[in-house]
Design a protein around this ligand. Structure first.
Ligand code: M6R
Length: 620
């Protein structure tokens, strides 16, 4: 939810932390702040609003007043307390000696707050986080842990409940940072004579590609030349070292107006890289596997859990797995899953899909599934994140860093990965012959080149968006695998342009939503291939006529050569021919451009950071 940077080294901490926050602003952008330790003193600065406000404030004070090579920084997505200067991080302790930044939620903050107030400590903010700063200062001042930074930090961490990553800095120890994590991410960046902490590797990718992922309930003591990992009880622990396989350019805009547009254009590579290496010698393979072919063979039902765009990709997993594997697949919005007591057992596979691997709703669904004995397979884009860590197996999507809050390339990569899962299941259960699997995989491998050619539709889509003029509401219709595409198109428009939009199965229209149709209402229709289930195609052609007859303006997405739709389309966007199951990997692309352009016309200047949203949602 929030973005965190920690640095101990030989560079100036302030400019380095600011740069890191710039790259992590997508994680939260309603306030930001930095604290720098030097010469037994901590200087801190914070501001509500976008990072620019913090930069202006630093310029006012003078960057030279923040001298020091140990720094912590934070960019916030508010949970407890409004986005104000006071609620921004870092939070300082009552004695001015401790600075903390926090990502997550301290669930027992209320009794801790009361305890501190009883001791006469005045709270400066409305946040749950501030208590950690005061508790640390108190632990360092008195009792068994007095004068011992590490023991004090461990004592505080052991008192906290909830999900948190906390970075502590103490003025008496300006050469180190102590950090602890539970259920929210924290990665160590290992440099030459300098060490980093980040909520994700984007924080320090400019300086090192060597990273270490911390385990659950781990603490790290970070110094300039080394670091030490401990458990919350102080015993030694091990992290998992990995090498970051993307570079700084991947985390920057590369000439595009926005990260989102860059990421739309990166989709051919995202799908290609996700497919790479999963089919050799006539066999489909997953990544980190604690699920054998025997385990997969034993599976007799699948549950998909995910949120937002990942959920839409999961709907496509349902279509593919039921079609290829012939076992029932249920799909559930992750936030609902554990509360309705789904029937799970050891023959159930739960497919948990998440770009960030941090989404709290999905993580809790994974935990519930495991507690019921189900096997969990994660589809995830973020190495080292919590959801794959807690799953039995993982299939990584290789979309690279997705910075735009609206998911684009990660969504397409998820669809491709879900299809690999479907094929792995079909292979293990023998529901498809090897040559059928080979053919499906081949058609998947043809997709990146088709997306590449489809990107040329950007200009046409921009023109359509301009001709539409002011849009108040918009409907998206699809049938079969076109239905999840319609939902995804509507979600993109809602989150980017703040316009009311809804996706429907086209056949459902006549059962209610058709009442919404009025003159000039724009309706997007995703048309299935005429070479697929022909009945489905002819049914949707009738649906288009029905809405046209009631005055709607139709934007029709149809395969090249599909002439039947021409008379009923106000605008026709052509997509390359492809087998029906693959069509969503193409039909989604014009809808991404459409939402981005309508948002631009509505005056939403920063489509990478839509209002009220954050990239990873680490609260339930
Ligand atoms: O990181 P995740 O894939 O778990 O995130 C799930 C949703 O929050 C995410 O897809 C969200 O709906 C996007 N902003 C949609 O564009």
């Amino acid at each position: 939810m929030c973005g965190i940077i920690g640095y101990v080294g030989n560079r100036q901490g302030m400019p380095l932390a600011l740069d890191a926050l710039r790259r992590m602003e997508y994680r939260g952008y309603d306030s930001a702040g930095i604290a720098v330790a030097d010469n037994h003193q901590i200087n801190s600065v914070k501001r509500a609003g976008k990072l620019r406000n913090l930069e202006d404030r630093i310029a006012e004070i003078g960057e030279e007043n923040f001298h020091g090579s140990t720094a912590i920084g934070h960019t916030r997505w508010a949970t407890h307390g409004r986005p104000t200067n006071e609620n921004a991080h870092p939070h300082m302790s009552f004695d001015g000696k401790v600075a903390i930044v926090h990502n997550g939620i301290i669930e027992n903050f209320a009794p801790l707050r009361e305890e501190l107030q009883r001791k006469g400590i005045e709270m400066m903010s409305e946040t749950d986080s501030e208590v950690a700063a005061h508790l640390l200062a108190l632990a360092y001042q008195e009792g068994e842990t007095a004068g011992n930074f590490q023991a004090s930090a461990l004592a505080v961490l052991n008192r906290l409940e909830g999900a948190f990553t906390l970075l502590f800095m103490h003025a008496d120890h300006p050469d180190q940072i102590i950090a602890g994590r539970r259920s929210t991410p924290l990665i160590v960046g290992v440099g030459d004579n300098e060490m980093f902490l980040g909520s994700d590797v984007a924080a320090f990718i400019e300086y090192t590609k060597n990273a270490v992922e911390l385990g659950q309930d781990n603490v790290v003591v970070l110094r300039q030349h080394d670091f030490e990992i401990l458990n919350f009880d102080g015993s030694p622990a091990q992290g998992r070292a990995f090498t970051i396989d993307w570079d700084l350019a991947a985390a920057e805009k590369g000439g595009f107006d926005s990260f989102m547009l860059k990421e739309i254009h990166e989709q051919p590579a995202a799908v290609r890289d996700t497919l790479a290496g999963h089919y050799h010698n006539g066999r489909v393979t997953l990544d980190e596997q604690n699920l054998s072919d025997e385990d997969l063979k034993y599976i007799d039902q699948v549950f998909v859990v995910a949120c937002g765009s990942a959920y839409h990709s999961g709907l496509l997993a349902k279509y593919a797995i039921e079609h290829w594997v012939r076992i029932p697949v249920q799909i559930e919005v992750a936030s609902e899953f554990r509360y309705r007591d789904p029937v799970l057992d050891e023959r159930t596979l739960v497919l948990a899909i998440s770009q960030s691997g941090e989404t709290a709703d999905t993580l809790e669904a994974v935990r519930h599934a495991k507690s019921q004995g189900a096997k969990v397979l994660a589809v995830c884009n973020t190495n080292g994140s919590q959801i794959p860590r807690e799953s039995d197996a993982v299939l990584y999507t290789h979309a690279g860093p997705e910075i735009g809050v609206a998911s684009t390339k990660a969504f397409l990569a998820q669809v491709a990965a879900n299809y690999i899962v479907g094929l792995a299941l079909a292979q293990a259960k023998g529901t498809k012959y090897p040559d059928e699997i080979a053919e499906i995989y081949r058609s998947l491998e043809e997709i990146p080149a088709k997306i590449e050619s489809l990107l040329a539709c950007e200009d046409q889509v921009t023109d359509i968006a301009q001709l539409l003029g002011a849009v108040r509401t918009m409907l998206f219709l699809g049938r079969g695998v076109g239905y999840p595409v319609a939902l995804e198109g509507a979600l993109k428009l809602k989150e980017l342009a703040y316009i009311h939009a809804e996706g429907f199965p086209a056949g459902e229209l006549k059962h209610g939503p058709i009442a919404l149709i009025e003159d000039d209402l724009p309706v997007v229709v995703v048309v299935p291939s005429p070479r697929g289930v022909t009945l489905l195609h002819s049914k949707i052609v009738s649906n288009i006529q029905e809405i046209r007859a009631r005055g709607a303006k139709t934007i029709v997405i149809a395969e090249e050569g599909d002439t039947a739709v021409e008379p009923y389309a106000n605008w026709l966007i052509r997509i390359p021919e492809t087998p029906s199951m693959m069509q969503p990997l193409l039909a989604t692309v014009p809808l991404q451009f459409l939402a981005a352009e309508i948002a631009r016309q509505c005056g939403n200047e920063d489509i990478d950071k839509p209002r009220n949203l954050a990239k990873s949602v680490t609260v339930e």
